[in-house]
Write a protein that binds this ligand. Structure first.
Ligand code: TPP
Length: 561
C-alpha cells in the first residue's frame, strides 16, 4: 500500500464495504473527503437539510436490507442529523453517519462550528467514535458497518476531525473485525426451543405477534411456516407490517393503539402469545400490565435487554427472528403434525366477518379509509409505501394492505413528522424499479418538503400523496376527543398551495376532488418520470378509528360509533 490521506483511506474503506451511494451535504470541516469523492464512483446525493440525509439513509436501508450511509459537516451539519439518528436508533435501522469535526488541536476550544457530536449522540447510537489518527480509519469503518448491520441493527456515527482527513499514512485494511464482548449471533438454546414448541402445541388459542425484527432478519418465510403449522393468526406491530402478506387468511393486521378491531379483540381471548422480533412498544401493547395478561408468552428477540423489559416472558429465546423461528418450526414438526385449530379459527373468522361487514359511511367527502383501499388496488404489489406521522400514518397502517416485507416504511418509535418523504427518496434509490409512494399529511410534508429540490435534480421520482386536512390532524383528533374540541395551535390553513409548491421545485402537482380523479392522478403519477405531489383535500373533522386512548388497555378501544 502507498501513503494515502485520511480522506482517501475513508473513501477506499467505504468502497470495500460496497457503499455505492451516500446522502448528505458538505461543509468546511469535511471538505477533504468531498474532494476525494469528486473522483470516486460513489453516487453522492445532495440533500437540502441534513436531517433528511439520515432519513434517506434509513429509507435506503429499510427497503434494501443494506446499510444506509450519510455524511455531513461539523457543528450544525452534525446536530441537524440528531433527529434522523434517533429515529434510526428507535427503529433499529442500520445506518452509518459520518460527520466532519474541527481539527484535533481545536477540539474543546469552541472553534467555529464545533459541536460535541460524540457526547450528543452517545445515547442514540449503537456505537460512536471520534477518529484520532488517519491510521484508525480502516478499522473503525469496518467496525462501524459490522456493528450497524449485525445483532440488533442500528445507527453508528464516525466523527472525523479535519486534520485526520489530510494526515497521510500507509493504511492497513482489515478483512474483518471482532469486538470484545459483542457476540451478535446468538443460537437459541435447544431446550428452550423444545419447551416453547411444547407450549405452543398445548395452546388452544395461540396468537403470533410479529415485529420489525422479522422483517430486518428476512424471517417472513419462517414466520409463515410456524403460523401455518400451528394454524395461528398473526398480528403485527407497526414495524412488523408486511411480515405476513395482509391478504393471507391468517393475517389480522396491526395490533395496538390504532390496531384492527379483530387483532385487539383476539389478543384478549388468546391463551398463548408468540411474540417475535419486537420490543413491546406501548403503542402496540397499550397499558403494559394489562397486556396479554391471560396469555403464556414466548418472546423471541435478538436483544436480551428487551426480554422482560415491558412485558414478562414465560419462555424467552434470545436469538434473531429467523434463527429462532427456524428452530422452532423444526421442533414443532418433530413433535406433531399440523395443528387442528378449527374452533379458534372459526372465532377469528367470526370477528373478521363482523368487523368487515360494517357499512361504508356515505358522505360526499373523500374518505381516507376508502382512499387507502383504492390506492392499494391501483399500485403493483411490490410498491414501496412510506408514511409521515399522524392520522395519515394510521390510516395507511389500518387500511393500506401490505403484501411484502420491506414495502412499508414508517417512523414507529420516534414518530418523526417529515420522515416519509426523504425516506421515500432513499427507498427509491435502493429499489429504483418499483413505484415509491409517500402517504403524507400536510403538516408533516411541509417539514421536509425542500427535498423536492433533491428528488427533482437527482432524478429520483417518487409520489407524495398529501391527505390535506389543513390541520395537524392527529393532534386535532386528540383535542377533539379529549380536550373538548379546544383546537390549540393545530390549524394550518390552506397553505401552501401544494400544486404550485411542487411546480416551483420543478416537480409535478395535481389536485383531486373525486375518487375518479384520484385514480387517474395515481395512475399518472406512478408512471411519471418526475416526482409528483397529489393534493387530496379531506375534511379536517376526520378521525382515525379504532383507537385506544394513550395509557389505556387494548380493552378500551374507541370505535367512533
Ligand atoms: C417532528 C414532530 N413534531 C411534532 C409531532 C407531534 N405530532 C404528532 S402527529 C402530529 C400532526 C401531524 O399532522 P399532519 O402531518 O398534517 O398529519 P395528519 O395527522 O393531519 O394526517 C403532530 C404535530 C411529531 N410527531 N413530530
Amino acid at each position: 500500500m502507498n501513503m494515502m490521506t485520511g480522506a482517501q483511506i475513508l473513501v477506499e474503506a467505504l468502497k470495500k464495504e460496497g457503499v455505492d451511494v451516500i446522502f448528505g451535504l458538505p461543509g468546511g470541516a469535511i471538505l477533504p473527503v468531498f474532494d476525494v469523492l469528486y473522483d470516486s464512483d460513489i453516487r453522492f446525493i445532495l440533500v437540502r437539510h441534513e436531517q433528511c440525509s439520515a432519513h434517506m439513509a434509513e429509507g435506503y436501508a429499510k427497503a434494501s436490507g443494506r446499510v444506509g450511509v450519510c455524511m455531513v459537516t461539523s457543528g450544525p451539519g452534525a446536530t441537524n442529523l440528531v433527529t434522523g439518528i434517533t429515529d434510526a436508533y428507535m427503529d433499529s435501522v442500520p445506518i452509518v453517519a459520518f460527520t466532519g469535526q474541527v481539527p484535533r488541536s481545536m477540539i474543546g476550544k469552541d472553534g467555529f462550528q464545533e459541536a460535541d457530536i460524540i457526547g450528543i449522540t452517545m445515547p442514540i447510537t449503537k456505537y460512536n467514535v471520534q477518529i484520532r489518527s488517519a491510521k484508525e480509519i480502516p478499522y473503525e469503518v469496518k467496525k462501524a458497518f459490522f456493528l450497524a448491520s449485525t445483532g440488533r441493527t442500528g445507527p453508528v456515527l464516525i466523527d472525523l476531525p479535519k486534520d485526520t482527513q489530510t494526515e497521510t499514512t500507509v493504511p492497513e485494511f482489515p478483512e474483518k473485525v471482532s469486538v470484545r464482548g459483542y457476540h451478535p449471533d446468538h443460537e437459541p438454546h435447544p431446550l428452550q426451543v423444545k419447551k416453547a414448541a411444547q407450549l405452543l402445541l398445548k395452546g388452544e388459542k395461540p396468537l403470533i405477534l410479529a415485529g420489525g425484527g422479522v422483517i430486518s432478519s428476512n424471517a417472513s418465510p419462517e414466520l409463515m411456516a410456524v403460523a401455518e403449522h400451528l394454524v395461528a393468526p398473526v398480528a403485527t406491530s407497526l414495524m412488523g407490517k408486511g411480515a405476513i402478506p395482509e391478504n393471507h387468511p391468517l393475517s389480522l393486521g396491526v395490533l395496538g393503539m390504532h390496531g384492527t378491531r379483530e387483532a385487539n379483540k383476539l389478543i384478549l381471548e388468546a391463551d398463548l402469545l408468540l411474540a417475535v422480533g419486537l420490543r413491546f412498544s406501548d403503542r402496540t401493547t397499550g397499558k403494559f400490565d394489562e397486556f396479554a395478561s391471560d396469555c403464556k408468552i414466548i418472546h423471541i428477540d435478538i436483544d436480551a435487554a428487551e426480554i422482560g423489559k415491558n412485558v414478562p416472558a414465560d419462555i424467552p429465546l434470545v436469538t434473531d427472528a429467523k434463527r429462532g423461528l427456524k428452530d422452532l418450526y423444526k421442533a414443532l414438526t418433530e413433535l406433531s403434525d399440523k395443528k387442528d385449530n378449527t374452533t379458534w379459527m372459526k372465532r377469528v373468522q367470526e370477528l373478521r366477518d363482523l368487523f368487515r361487514s360494517e357499512p361504508e359511511v356515505k358522505d360526499s367527502n373523500l374518505k381516507p379509509p376508502k382512499l387507502m383501499k383504492e390506492l392499494r388496488s391501483l399500485l403493483p404489489p411490490d410498491t414501496i409505501v412510506t408514511t409521515e406521522v399522524g392520522q395519515n400514518q394510521m390510516w395507511a397502517s389500518l387500511f393500506f394492505k401490505v403484501y411484502k416485507p420491506r414495502t412499508f416504511i414508517t417512523s414507529g418509535g420516534l414518530g418523526t413528522m417529515g420522515f416519509g418523504f426523504p425516506a421515500a427518496i432513499g427507498a427509491k434509490v435502493a429499489v429504483p424499479n418499483v413505484p415509491v409512494v409517500d402517504i403524507a399529511g400536510d403538516g408533516s410534508f411541509i417539514m421536509t418538503e425542500q427535498e423536492l429540490a433533491c428528488s427533482v435534480t437527482e432524478e429520483i421520482p417518487v409520489v407524495v400523496l398529501v391527505l390535506n386536512n389543513r390541520m395537524l390532524g392527529m393532534v386535532a383528533q386528540w383535542q377533539r376527543l379529549f380536550y373538548q374540541r379546544r383546537y390549540s395551535a393545530v390549524e394550518l390553513g390552506d397553505v401552501p398551495d401544494f400544486v404550485k409548491l411542487a411546480e416551483a421545485y420543478g416537480a409535478q402537482g395535481m389536485r383531486v376532488q373525486s375518487y375518479e380523479e384520484f385514480r387517474k392522478a395515481v395512475n399518472e403519477a406512478v408512471k411519471s418520470e418526475v416526482t409528483t405531489v397529489i393534493d387530496v383535500p379531506i375534511s379536517p373533522e376526520e378521525n382515525v378509528f379504532p383507537m385506544v386512548p394513550a395509557g389505556k388497555s387494548l380493552r378500551e378501544t374507541i370505535t367512533g360509533e
